[in-house]
Design a protein around this ligand. Structure first.
Ligand code: NAD
Ligand code: LMR
Length: 329
């Protein structure tokens, strides 16, 4: 091992996504088979003991690439020197909780984490927010890290992207590997828009290959957008291994690049592309190269897609306005 380890901070490390995520990071699937990693786990004090148990299991894995695991209950320490930050821990909505209460509770988590990233993370820090409401939590963290380039704050729609690929592959009876250029637009919520008008299957536009408007509008879009709720209904808990897998995919693609002729979906600060207000953290088609991403430009958006992108972006504007009113951004 000649390379210095990359510091990876994971919040919510004792949670169910954390349990599925940490072993894949330790095995080299996040950054590649030649990159050693040092894990910095952040938990709330009540869950530190459980995180210590997970750290014992990580040790028992004898992973050649794992250079060590440290556990913290203080964000300032956990983000010190972080090169990659996976912000998974969040306050879930509980019975009787209003939307404003949820945003406020999460503001109490993501504001200090943004400040800690600003104070101590490494210059090349890359942040992925997984904890819901992911786009707006990323917006809160970003707004408290003025010294970090805004584009380093991203939120996860890769799970939605993967779900959309899987549903399309199943409908057409093709392998997932035949599908390219899938896009999720907007918010990681039920308003998200999975776009089959730019996705390709074996070189053909997916919507044409499907040739079934009713399926596209009434089955495909709602199935992808409500898949998180369907998993909760079936499992009695929200998606964990698939979410961890998508988080691995998101960072791996950001660091290692998208394949030629393909792109991925990431929620990133808008530069005004496709009429999405600047600064909102919204999902776009992006290509990645040399550790940076670019929003794919020049796609034609028809009325069907425009209405759906606008609806999801309107929800993001509402969330931004609510957290602005609460003084969180
Ligand atoms: P979980 O409840 O099992 O674990 C969350 C962990 O976060 C807990 O161990 C908790 O102690 C910890 N935590 C809470 N506040 C913290 C803080 N301030 N600092 C550090 N840790 C803190 O939840 P989970 O199933 O692992 O899911 C985590 C989040 O990911 C949830 O918000 C969930 O809705 C979200 N999620 C997002 C996606 C996506 O696609 N973006 C997919 C699935 C789940
Ligand atoms: C998912 O998409 O599986 C999750 O975001 C659902 C949730 O509410 O945790």
């Amino acid at each position: 091992m000649t390379q210095a380890p990359v510091n990876v901070t994971v919040t919510g490390a004792a949670g169910q996504i954390g349990y599925a995520l940490l072993f894949r990071i330790a095995s080299g699937q996040l950054l590649g088979p030649d990159t050693p990693v040092k894990l910095r786990l952040l938990e709330i004090p009540q869950a530190v003991k459980a995180a210590e148990g997970t750290a014992m299991e990580l040790e028992d894995g004898a992973f050649p690439l794992l250079a060590g695991t440290d556990i913290f209950d203080d964000p300032k320490q956990a983000f010190e020197g972080a090169n990659v930050a996976l912000l998974v821990g969040a306050r879930p909505r509980t019975k009787g909780m209003e939307r404003g209460d949820l945003l406020e509770a999460n503001g109490g988590i993501f504001k200090p984490q943004g400040e800690a990233i600003n104070a101590g993370a490494a210059d090349d820090i890359k942040v992925l927010v997984v904890g819901n409401p992911a786009n707006t939590n990323a917006l809160i963290a970003r707004s408290h890290a003025p010294d970090v380039p805004a584009e380093r704050f991203t939120a996860m729609t890769r799970l939605d992207h993967n779900r959309a690929i899987a549903q399309l592959a199943r409908k057409l009876g093709v392998a997932v590997s035949e599908i390219r250029k899938m896009t999720i637009w907007g918010n990681h919520s039920a308003t998200q828009y999975p776009d089959l008008f730019h996705a390709e299957v074996g070189g053909r536009i997916a919507a044409e290959a499907v040739n079934d408007e009713a399926w596209l509008a009434n089955e495909f879009i709602p199935t992808v957008a409500k898949r998180g709720a369907a998993i909760i209904e079936a499992r009695g808990a929200s998606s964990a291994a698939s979410a961890a897998s998508a988080a691995i995919d998101h960072i791996h693609t950001w660091v290692n690049g998208t394949p030629e002729g393909d792109w991925t979906s990431m929620a990133v600060p808008s530069d005004g592309s496709y009429g999405v207000p600047e600064g909102l953290i919204s999902s776009f088609p992006v290509t990645t190269r040399d550790g940076a991403y670019q929003i794919v430009q020049g796609l034609q958006i028809d009325d069907f897609s425009r209405a759906r992108i606008d609806a999801s972006v309107a929800e993001l504007v509402e969330e931004r306005d609510a957290v602005t009113k609460l003084g969180l951004v």
